[in-house]
Structure formats: C-alpha cells, structure tokens
Design a protein around this ligand. Sequence first.
Ligand code: GAL
Length: 431
Amino acid sequence: MRKFRLTILIAILVVGLLSMGVTYSAAQNNEQTLEVFHWWTAGGEKQAITNLFDAFREAFPQVTIKPNPVAGGAGITMKTVLKSLILAGKPPETFQVHAGYEMSPYVEAGNLQTINDIWTEEMRENIPGTLKDMVKFHGDFYAVPLDIHRANVVWYNTQIFKKYNIQIPQTLEEFFQVCKKLQAKGITPVSLGDRNKWPATHIFETLLISQGVEFYQKFINGNVEADNQKLLDTLQTFKRLLQYVNEDHAAETWDEAVGDVYQGEAAMNIMGDWANGYFKAKGWTSGEEYDIFMFPGTQNVYDLVVDCFELTKKAEDPEAGRKWLSFLGTVKAQNAFNPIKGSIPARTDAPKGPYGRVQKMFMDDLAAKQTVRVPSITHGSAVPPAFLSTLNDLVSRFVTNRNVEATANSIAQAVKSDFLPNKVKTWELGK
Ligand code: GAL
C-alpha cells in the first residue's frame, strides 16, 4: 500500500513538473516578433495591409508585428533597403517580393528558407499551377502568394467619358482617336506619374503585349534584336501616346496620377488593379464613377503581378515567420486583404462574396480558356532584376528623348549584358 502511494506521489510530481515545463516553454513562445517589410503605403494598399495585420493578430495574438513600410510603388525603394539589411546579416523575418525572377537572387544566394511543409495540400490544390511554378526554385517552394493583380488595365473616369460621348476603344487607332478628342476638349487623355520610373515601364510593357503574345514571349526570353519591327513599333506607339500625357508626369507618383482621374483632371490611367484599391479607398464604385477596359490588343491577356512573402534564413524569429506564411496561405487571410487591395485572391476557392464587380470579372477572366496568362516585366516576374533595372532607366530616358532607334539599340544591348547572363528560365506562354 505504501509503495502504491509513493508511486502515485511520484507520478503526480512528474506530471506537475512536466506541465510546468510546458507552461514555461509556452510562456517563452508568447514573446514572438514578426518584422515585415512591404511597400504598401498608398491609398487602398495601406488599408489592405492594415486589415491583413489585424486578421493575423486575431489569429496569433502571441505574435507582435513590427511593420516596416517603405514608400515607393513596385518596391522601387524597399528592394534597395532590403539588400543592405540582408548584406548586414539583419534581415526581417519576411518581406514583400514578386513571384518569379525577383526572388531568384535571394534564392541563389541562400537568403531564403525552403517552405515545402507550409504549402498544405489545400494550398497546393487551390493555388493555380502558374503561380506555384513562379515561387518554386530547384523543386522547392520559397514563398506564399498573397494576391493576383492584373497589369494591362485602363482605368477611366465615367463622367468624362459620358460627357464627351466616348465609346470604349477596341483598337489602338480607336484609342488614339479617343485621346485626340479629349485633348481637343482640354482634358488630359492619359495621366502618368513616372517620378519613380516604373510607371513608364508599365506602359511600355502593356504596349509590348499589344504587339502580340508571341512577340512578348520572345522579349521575356531575351530574344530580341535592335531591328525587331515589333520592338520599334512598341516604341513608336509609346512616343505617340506620350503626346497625350500630363506635362507634370515626371513629378507625380503612380497614385497621384490615378488621383488625376479621380479629380477629373485626366480621363484615363494605365495601371494595375491596385488602382482599383485606390478608387475604392476614395469611396468610388466601379461601373459608377470609374470603370475599366483592357488596353487594346491585350483583351485576352492577364498580365500577372503576384505579391508574395517568404522566410529569410537569418530570421531572428523563424517561428513567427512560419506562422505568418501559414496564415497568408489561408482563405481567411486572402479575403482579409484582396477585397480592399483591388486584386483577386491567389486561392481560387476563396468565396467571391466580399469582392467587387471588377474583381469578379477578373476572376472569371483568369479562369477562362481563351485567356493567356503572362508574367509582368515591370513587377518583377518575367525578367532578371539586373535587366529590369536597366530597362527602367532606358524607358525613363526614352520618355524624355523619345528616340526610337537609339532606345531599341540600348535595349538590345542590355539584353546581351544584363539579361542573357542571368537567364534561368524559358517562358512558354499560353500553356
Ligand atoms: C506592385 C505591387 C502591387 C502594388 C503596386 C504599387 O509592384 O505588386 O501590389 O502595390 O506595386 O505599389
């Protein structure tokens, strides 16, 4: 009997100690910190990331988020800040990155962790194959896609279109007729805000696609010479379009240029559907105060821009990073972010209820058979970062000098010096 009592006592003690141990480690886990770098500071973007952070905090109250927003659309400034942090061995747990080529230098330098186990069956089944391929390197997953944006969109002020009885242009010639008509009425036809260069590259990319997907595929495979007629035509068209943009374009950012459409100072803006988030944040409803059409010649194309997050190798708190990534892959997270951001969810099984009209249209477009999905150049996916950086400079110079032949030459040169040596992928579009 005594022996039995002793055994029970020991058992109680052991259980007690074990549970103390468990409590102790849980208390330690309570103190998790997640540092997140991103560039979502403009109207719509800011509200979307704030809502996502709130939803994450609700799901993981033990994790403290340290947000680090770095202003500058398309990550133009954040990318530089990030590079120095990584070089200094002090990376945040996670940072915003575009799927595809933009991730490649980080992967090759060993800056990121593989996250195959974070990609649940549910995610693998419900995230499109194109996206999965874009975040996989050497057979391993390195990031979780949070959204799908579309780049080849024209946003217009419906009141201006109505006032001047303007029909949606179907061809490039019709588009220029609309521009001419608006200019004659004293309205800026197309607003541009290329202070940070990339919005000009964004238009250049849209015009490249309008020359045909076959040509775009050649371009993003680094297969383009200076005398390529379609490259010359793209630049000619761009030159023509530049007659119709606002004079102060070099002083404005992308969101200020979208703001010109909101103010009624310009009729149209060529931008990704983060502009949708901007208008929504201003209280506008699509189909009422603003509407869209796909840039002529790109009607069947979904120019994909995909924002992702990953886990850095030297993260101070990898567990917090893992929680963040697991969360981003859920329908809950995707629907906390995308309805506000203007994008559509990367999870195709996310309920459509919270989405607006344009977003629902784009969900259908993305799924449609006739749609060709292409990766964006300007937004990091399609070409090596070194080439993109040179291209931004060349296109930005072109906006001022408008020299078609010289720019085509410089682009072909940059393909040789900055693209081909860094080429790791051959794109096959429409497959
Ligand atoms: C893109 C990014 C979008 C949007 C935009 C403007 O590169 O993918 O999410 O934020 O820049 O900042």
